[in-house]
Design a protein around this ligand. Structure first.
Ligand SMILES: NC(=O)c1ccc[n+]([C@@H]2O[C@H](COP(=O)([O-])OP(=O)(O)OC[C@H]3O[C@@H](n4cnc5c(N)ncnc54)[C@H](OP(=O)(O)O)[C@@H]3O)[C@@H](O)[C@H]2O)c1
Length: 290
């Protein structure tokens, strides 16, 4: 039976990237819906449930994408509400690649740093990817300094994560007008999740932060987010710091994304949210695929 992925995207145009990755991961047909709102979800999901019955249901799955991770969370909740009992299909949420990219970055950092209350991480950029990096680190018990240009946005995002992660230790930071030295002071890990082509930390600030052990930049478009890190760096050691560039992280991100799509079609009840995708990333690393 053909594998069908129903893509529910919150943006006006469905993501081309997500479509190509799905086909490369073995999906036969994509049904792509754009501009999807929570009120649209029930009927779209029922269309996926009532066509194939019994064990054939595992050949249909739902993928939630788009550039707004919180709008994606609402579609995810509406999707789960539309299922009843065993009449359901597998579902994955990865708005802007947020869960798969963040899982790859946090799994990479975990190879070099003990995660626990003694670890301090600075995360820059409160877009979809930054939100998920901060959430996964907070879930691991790491103390997270979450930085935006504007304090109000940093505070709002910290509040949102604290609602999802019990005991999360998050401090909002504003970088506009204040720079990054206070943010980096005493941190062992920095993850730059800024927009493409925006430098967030210059080389001098990075060098001055002598507590840093791991530096991860997710922006591949020049200028990169952490000046001096080449996009292809993959656990490169420089001045006693382990460094990853966007392409170095990207190869693990693609492995996680591909495995997650394949997982959707193994049963009809997989729920691949931030936590499940992070667990998948840890499993892939444990089996030595990094
Ligand atoms: N390596 C990979 O495999 C991979 C996969 C997916 C995405 N990415 C990359 O990961 C990064 C984050 O993705 P995303 O979707 O979360 O990005 P995004 O939403 O485009 O931007 C992230 C954040 O960057 C900050 N920002 C935007 N414009 C800025 C400016 N002019 N100056 C300073 N900061 C600015 C904003 O944070 P504040 O408003 O809080 O300041 C924004 O929320 C991007 O560079 C993306 O290309 C990499």
């Amino acid at each position: 039976m053909k594998k069908i992925l129903v893509c529910l995207d919150t943006d006006p145009q469905p993501s081309v990237f997500d479509g190509i990755v799905a086909i490369d991961a073995g999906v036969d047909h994509l049904f792509r819906h754009a501009g999807v709102e929570p009120a649209d979800v029930r009927d779209l999901v029922h269309g996926a449930l009532f066509t194939r019955g019994g064990s054939d249901l595992r050949n249909t799955a739902i993928f939630i994408g788009g550039s707004d991770v919180q709008a994606g969370e609402l579609l995810m909740a509406a999707t789960e509400e539309a299922f009843f009992g065993p009449i359901r299909v597998s579902v994955m949420h990865d708005s802007n690649g947020s869960n798969t990219t963040a899982a790859a970055a946090v799994v990479a950092a975990r190879r070099h740093l003990p995660f626990g209350p003694e670890t301090i991480a600075a995360v820059l950029g409160t877009g979809p990817v930054g939100q998920r990096v901060a959430r996964m680190l907070a879930q691991e018990g790491v103390e997270v300094r979450f930085a935006s240009r504007r304090m109000a946005r940093a505070e709002a995002q910290c509040h949102h994560i604290a609602q999802a992660v019990e005991g999360a230790r998050l401090t909002p930071y504003a970088t506009e007008g204040a720079g990054v030295s206070r943010l980096l002071d005493g941190a062992q890990l920095v993850v730059a999740a800024g927009a493409a082509g925006i430098e967030l930390v210059d080389e001098d600030s990075q060098r001055a932060a002598c507590s840093l052990r791991v530096a991860i930049d997710l922006n591949a478009v020049p200028p990169v987010g952490l000046a001096g890190i080449q996009p292809q760096e993959n656990a490169a050691v420089y001045n006693e710091q382990v460094r990853y560039g966007a392409l170095g992280i990207g190869s693990l991100k693609m492995k996680i994304h591909n495995k997650a799509i394949a997982r959707l079609f193994e049963t009809n009840d997989a729920v691949l949210d931030a936590d499940a995708i992070y667990s998948l990333g840890k499993k892939i690393t444990a089996t030595g695929c990094l």
